[in-house]
Design a protein around this ligand. Sequence first.
Ligand SMILES: *Cc1c(COP(=O)(O)O)cnc(C)c1O
Length: 388
Amino acid sequence: MSDKKLATVAVRTGIESDTQYNAVVPPLYLTSTYSFSQLGEVPQYDYSRSGNPTRNTLADALAELEGGAGAVVTNCGTAAINLLASALIGPEDLIIAPHDCYGGTYRLFNTRAAKGDFKVRFIDQTDPAAVAEALALQPKLIWVETPSNPLLRIVDVAELCATAKQTGALVAVDNTFLSPILQQPIALGADFVVHSTTKYINGHSDVVGGVLISKTEEHAEEIAWWANCIGATGAPFDAYMTLRGLRTLAPRMRMHEENSRQILAYLQQQPLVGNIYHPSQPEHPGHAIALKQQKGFGAMLSFEMAGGMAQLEVFVKELNCFSLAESLGGTESLICHPASMTHRAMSDEAQAEAGLKPSLLRLSVGLEDPEDLIADLEQAFNKASEVA
Ligand SMILES: *Cc1c(COP(=O)(O)O)cnc(C)c1O
């Protein structure tokens, strides 16, 4: 592991590694298979499901950025979550997950638990009594998502890892919302970090990908074995694209954050905006923990429309600089209605239990000029306010 700063690692990863032509940027190895030099001699790479130089360059970079011993780059973030469950969790094992986790994570854990693959319990991880009760059940794995989606709740990772360790539970953190630039869960005590690299790490909304990073060498080897066994690894072309996106991760995160600060200030004085959910707000219950464990507050924010659903519909329709779409973390700004989009797999009761209201909107603040973003919000709020 190098002693370089994160931005340097992200920019320089694989640079000047080509020994054949001295290409500064590492080439893309689009090959499914590799030749053996002679019978009985197994080469470093034999088949791209098990190993590919382009994918490995990305995996090594992400492991280094997160401070892990190794990583497996998967075909999507969900595959990384499934890989961890397949590799480590058996029918008698219990997973403790947050009740407001990513909708796809909820669906995956819930569906596989219903099939008898493992047991799962969804709890409010910001409630110490609920966490203590869950730990008493001797879980095998605690799944953490902080900040959570879409309400940006914050879990104290260091504290949770310390208590989890006493019961022998492993801790995995989905770090998609902040990226290693703003939060490094392994340094806080986590055993695994997962990303949907689809989001900030690739950052350009043109690749679906994921990664599972292990703290220890032992887990890294076990996970790599399972990734090959179940066929969870990502395509070389996607890894090449993601490596390209990764190089600008640090400056992008700074700009995403700066733009979101300006948008928050605007939303706070907008009468059609109800509750705002963002850890930078001093009244946010996770504000102090976020200050302690994060290097920034991130650029995802949610808010409730104070008016009715008719106003919400007009507001969303009139926006020009925010595309109505799922996903996040790209250069372009997006707006999402979690209740009918990302979280529709959750029943109304499960949504209510997670505090997810139908009036909630989630923004992924992009890299457009913030003055244009604010002007766009303003004109859409004005049109919405004309609706009775
Ligand atoms: C998108 C997302 C996932 C799932 O990743 P995919 O790449 O879409 O499979 C998991 N967790 C979080 C927090 C996400 O935003």
